[in-house]
Design a protein around this ligand. Sequence first.
Ligand SMILES: NC(=O)c1ccc[n+]([C@@H]2O[C@H](COP(=O)([O-])OP(=O)(O)OC[C@H]3O[C@@H](n4cnc5c(N)ncnc54)[C@H](OP(=O)(O)O)[C@@H]3O)[C@@H](O)[C@H]2O)c1
Length: 370
Amino acid sequence: MTKPDRVLGVGLVGVGWVAAQHLQAFQSNPQARIVALCGRNEARARARLSKAGVSVPDARFTTRYRDLLNAPDIDIISIATPNHLHADQAVAAARAGKHLLLEKPTGLDHAELKRIRDAVARSGIRTIVSFELHYNPYLRFAKWLREEGWLGRLVFARFQYLSRVTDWYSGWSWVRTTRSGRSHLLAAGCHAVDALRWCTGLEVMELSAFHTKITRGYQWPTSIVVNLTMDSGRKTAPVLAQLTSSTDLQLPYTFGVEMMGDRASLRDDLILWNDSPVDLAALRRACPFDDVTFHKATTATGAPAIRIETVMPGSADVAHHPFQGEVDELVTCILEDRDTHLNVLDADRTMRVCLAADRSAARGGRPVRV
Ligand SMILES: NC(=O)c1ccc[n+]([C@@H]2O[C@H](COP(=O)([O-])OP(=O)(O)OC[C@H]3O[C@@H](n4cnc5c(N)ncnc54)[C@H](OP(=O)(O)O)[C@@H]3O)[C@@H](O)[C@H]2O)c1
């Protein structure tokens, strides 16, 4: 379908670390134009952008969010503020008829999630939520590999979000608080919950979680481990899964991905098997992605394997995150009047898993149905 020849005006609120990446991605999209920024202090906001190598001299600046809501030349509002501001700002944007790029977490509790859902449903706006790892070449490949049956019937999945965030982070003053950061899953590990749902294509049925608090400075527990059952959609046993989200570990940033089927397993950059080898030549022929290549490999114990080479989700730095794909999908969907695949309703399911896990952990691991 050819896209209508229209340029969408963008206003952004919350000019901080991630905002620079949103702005760069909108600047690289020929059908978007950044017209306004909203923050608490213009000099500080522009200095932050300049430090990140981003310049938007033509964008006007306001300290009042309502100026974005009332501006006729703004079609999209990009919300990149601390977590506790997302729900009110998203609801107001939806009521004003502005399409939304909303940072995760969308809402911090069920009431906020409902308000966002209702406002978006009433307004009919298009939305996208920043689970931008959907555009990461490795995760996109992992989803394809499972969908196309290379792993066989999925039996177990384990996803991990391990990232040491302390006072180096620009958002440290708010993220460490219960009011805004709220929990490790809501503030950070929701990326792993989202990836678990997206890559497996399954929804969570029930879970049980434990958490602990180790890293100083946080008002909330800094590690959580979650056991989950996922609805396989068949009469067979549910798929088992496990999630870990932590800031406590002495590790470089780790986004762990494991999906184990009855034919083969994917463990990070390795494809492994026990019985029938995965046919490397056939995999090379079938794989639709130019940016993914494969090599014969052996494990440390000498077992044969296939090594995947592509861009891994291996960095906490937002400059490494694929926001371009997210922004391009939003702009295309607005122009073609259709929903994005990563809209607030889909993100809502991820958020509800996070809230259920936090509730289970707060009750000492009591099982919670999602
Ligand atoms: N999807 C991803 O991969 C990803 C990565 C990082 C962050 N995020 C999300 O993006 C959002 C922003 O994170 P960030 O890392 O960009 O944080 P940040 O660097 O702290 O930026 C947030 C900006 O919001 C503004 N702000 C408005 N009201 C504020 C308040 N009451 N307290 C503090 N700041 C306020 C601040 O600018 P002024 O002082 O100029 O008002 C600040 O620079 C968060 O929701 C976070 O979860 C997502």
